[in-house]
Structures are given as C-alpha cells and as structure tokens.
Design a protein around this ligand. Structure first.
Ligand code: ADP
Ligand code: MG
Length: 351
C-alpha cells in the first residue's frame, strides 16, 4: 500500500517530549510523593507533613521545615535538569542526596499544576509562585510563611487522559502513599512524618522523633510486628570481596502475616531489590515450619562508589557492586538468627 516510501520522520514538539518523559518519572501519585519527600529530606528537614486528596489526583501537599529555596533560584526551580545537588558527572560517585537529576519538579509541572511556597532563614517573608510546563506563571509573590517549603501538586495527570482514567479506577493510591510514608518514618527516625487525607484531622501515619528504631516501628507498624522482632547485623570489611555494613530487624516464628513486608534502605535511599527479597523469602520458607511471611527492615551502608543510583528513571532500584556476595551474607545471618530463635523457643516450650 505504501507506494510513497517510508513515512517521514518528524521532530517532536518539545512540550510533547517533556510530557512523555514526565510520565516516566512520575508514574503515579505515590511517585510524586516520594520525590517531594526526598527533596524535603535533602533540604535537611526535621518535620515532613503530607496531605492527600482523592488518592493524590486532586492534591498532594508536602510541607517541610527544611532550608527553603532562594528567591533568585525560583525562576529555574522547575526547569528540567536544574539541581543544587550535582554539578559534574563524577559527583554521582560520591552522592549522598536522594535527588541529583533535577527532573522531579520539572516533570510535575508538565503533568500537573505546581505551587511552591518557601522561605529561607533570616527572611521576613516567604514567596509563593505557581509553575506550568517548567516555567513560572507569574513573578513570585511575597507571602507569610513558616520555616521551610510547601509544595502543592494539583490535578495530577490532567493532560494524560488514559493515565488519569486508569488511576481513578484503582482506589489504592492513598494506601500506597501511607505505605511509603511508613517506610520513610521507620528509617529516618530523626525526622517526624505525618500523612493524612485532606479534610480529616486524623493522620494515618504519625511518627515522632526518637532514638529507638524499635519504638518507631512499634508506633508505625504496631505492636504485633514490633514485639516479634529480632535484631540482625552483618558486615564485611574485606576490600577484596565486598565492603558493607548491614543492620535491621526481622520477625521471628511467632509472627504471622499474609504477605512479606520488606523495607530496604541502601545508603539511606529507599529502594527495592527483588533478588534480596527472594533470597530472604527462601530462608523463611525453609527454616520456619509454617512458612510464615516476615516483616523485614534492612539498612545497608556501602561505599558510595559501589552503588549505581542511576539505573532506573524513578531511582526505585540501584545496582550494587558485589551484589551476590552481599545477598549471601545477609541470607546466612538471617538463617542463623532464625534457627537460634527457633531452638530457643522449642527449648522454652519443653521446659
Ligand atoms: P533534584 O532533587 O534531583 O535536584 P528536583 O526537581 O527534585 O531535582 O528539585 C530541584 C531543586 O529544587 C533541588 O536541587 C533543590 O535545590 C530544590 N528543592 C526542591 N524541593 C525542595 C525543598 N523541599 N526544600 C528545599 N529545596 C528544594
Ligand atoms: Mg528531587
């Protein structure tokens, strides 16, 4: 049929390119919340409060008490690839901040309406400004503000009809957001978190600053989890195999749940690692008679140059040097901890 030869190649409009890219970075409301909370953590906040309306499609609001954003930086704040965290590629080797690509806020402005209110230390008033497609809609307006930054994301995916429809039908995004905040709360115990639905007074996550991880897990996940936890620790100081430190909590054989919960932080970054999750599930199934599904919190610290943080558009996964060695080590620690506790319990039951 195509007598005319191949179809002509056209250059996509920049706004189309940006919207497509934004849809990859911000896949659903919870991805926006994660980026905003990570920005608040990067801004050294000690209190982060999230309000959500309509599963995040109508409104996501994140308030923090961090260092704020300079007035001069507001014009480029939401442009793509503008960041205060990275200046050259090599910096990725030693990065400690969650962000580095300068893409999150920009992406949000391509698929939602973003309003920023911020004040920096020593200022008498703050500024408020709204953004669309990466740029300010008007000059920043002076306004009253308390310490830190408040970011409002409204009408997420208003211009991506298919995405909005599929999300409207799934009502579980608020659950995902609560789950996300719960995970942040038990790791960053020097920060207080809250998350609630717009128009309600009761918070569904509410954590206070504490020095005890166990207290924090108790307050966020409840006493059924916390009373059945055992501490685990492992490290490897051998530069020829791998260098890492790990500590965490795992549930014992008394704990019963329908599915596994694994909260994993690598260098303070909330990530997923299906290989490690699978490896631990195998140990539980093999060690515990009732093959129960555990709750697991693990924090791994590695030399920053051993972690490639740039393998996924949402930074959900990272790639580790010596991943197999690390997984095996953790597996064996989990296994011996489980066996010991099992024996101790069997012994208690006998006597
Ligand atoms: P990145 O985090 O990769 O730098 P973002 O688009 O998430 O990119 O944010 C762009 C910049 O905006 C950040 O580098 C930071 O300087 C500033 N910023 C964003 N959110 C906050 C916040 N809550 N408090 C202070 N500064 C912020
Ligand atoms: Mg960021």
């Amino acid at each position: 049929m195509a007598k005319e030869g191949p179809p002509k190649i056209l250059r996509l409009d920049e706004s189309v390119v940006n919207r497509i890219a934004a849809g990859e970075v911000i896949q659903r409301p919870v991805s926006a919340v994660k980026e905003l909370v990570e920005n608040s953590l990067d801004a050294l906040s000690t209190s982060i409060n999230v309000v959500v309306k309509d599963g995040g499609l109508k409104l996501i609001q994140v308030c923090d008490d961090g260092h704020g954003i300079r007035y001069e930086d507001l014009p480029i704040l939401c442009e793509r690839h503008t960041t205060s965290k990275l200046s050259k590629y090599e910096d990725l080797q030693s990065i400690h901040s969650m962000g580095f690509r300068g893409e999150a806020l920009a992406s949000m402005t391509y698929v939602a309406h973003v309003t920023v209110t911020t004040i920096t230390q020593g200022q008498l008033h703050g500024y408020r400004v709204s953004y669309r497609d990466g740029v300010m809609e008007h000059a920043p307006k002076a306004c009253a503000a308390v310490k830190g930054t408040q970011i409002m994301v409204e009408n997420l995916f208003f211009n991506m009809i298919a995405r909005r429809k599929s999300l409207q039908n799934s009502s579980d995004d608020y659950t995902k957001i609560v789950d996300l905040l719960s995970r942040f709360a038990i790791h960053h115990i020097n920060v207080s978190f809250s998350c609630r639905k717009h128009g309600t007074a009761r918070a569904d996550v509410h954590s206070v600053i504490t020095s005890s991880r166990l207290d924090s897990i108790r307050s966020v996940y409840g006493v059924t989890v916390s009373s059945n936890l055992m501490k685990i620790e492992a490290s490897d100081n051998d530069p020829s195999s791998s260098l890492f430190e790990m500590d965490g909590f795992i549930t014992n054989s008394n704990y019963v749940a329908k599915k596994i919960t694994m909260v994993l932080f690598i260098n303070d970054r909330l990530v997923e690692c299906s290989a490690l999750k699978r490896a631990i599930e195998i140990i539980y199934a093999a060690t515990l008679p009732r093959a129960s599904k555990p709750f697991i919190y693990i924090s791994i610290v590695l030399p920053t140059e051993h972690v490639d943080v740039n393998v996924h558009p949402t930074k959900r996964e990272v790639s580790l040097l010596n991943q197999e060695v690390i997984i095996e080590k953790i597996q064996s620690v989990v296994e011996s901890r489980l066996r010991n506790s099992n024996q101790a319990m069997a012994f208690q039951e006998q006597t």
